[in-house]
Design a protein around this ligand. Sequence first.
Ligand code: HNI
Length: 147
Amino acid sequence: MVEWTKTERAIINDIFAKLDYEDIGPKALIRCLIVYPWTLRYFGAAGKLDTYEDIKSNKYIAAHGIKVLHGLDRAVKNMDDIKNTYAALSELHSEKLHVDPDNFRVLADCLSIVTAAKMGKAFTPDVQAAWQKFLSVVVSALGRQYH
Ligand code: HNI
């Protein structure tokens, strides 16, 4: 089981308390789709995503970015059992959506970059360490039901 220090818990809760879901969620997903264009293949339902402008202005993508962050909420509320918390979500991404699990890490990296850009100087090495540890646990839990 993953151990969290008091400081790590405080950092993660603090980031989420201040996180603007409507801003960070879409920005992270848009960045992911542009930097790693193979991730576009899962978003056929979003309609035309041929250019940067298409992706940036797409309502479905923005809404989905927000949905992903709400998905992360569950992990923050269950930091001591992220693995079981994400069992159903992992199964959905694996069995139904067929999302290659490598993409979880790629999206997590985009989330780190967008969060860092937003937090500026407050994104200290300690904050980065706790944030990336949290995201790694999420990525690992989401990849759990793949076989
Ligand atoms: Ni993901 C649906 C959370 C990574 C493609 N995803 C969801 C839902 C949540 C969610 C929550 C809604 C589930 C439901 O309807 O019950 N996704 C997360 C989280 C991460 C993640 C927390 C990683 C941090 N998803 C990814 C990645 C991709 C992805 C990396 C593809 C590149 N997800 C999808 C698709 C759907 C989805 C596609 C279905 C969309 C829809 O409209 O139903």
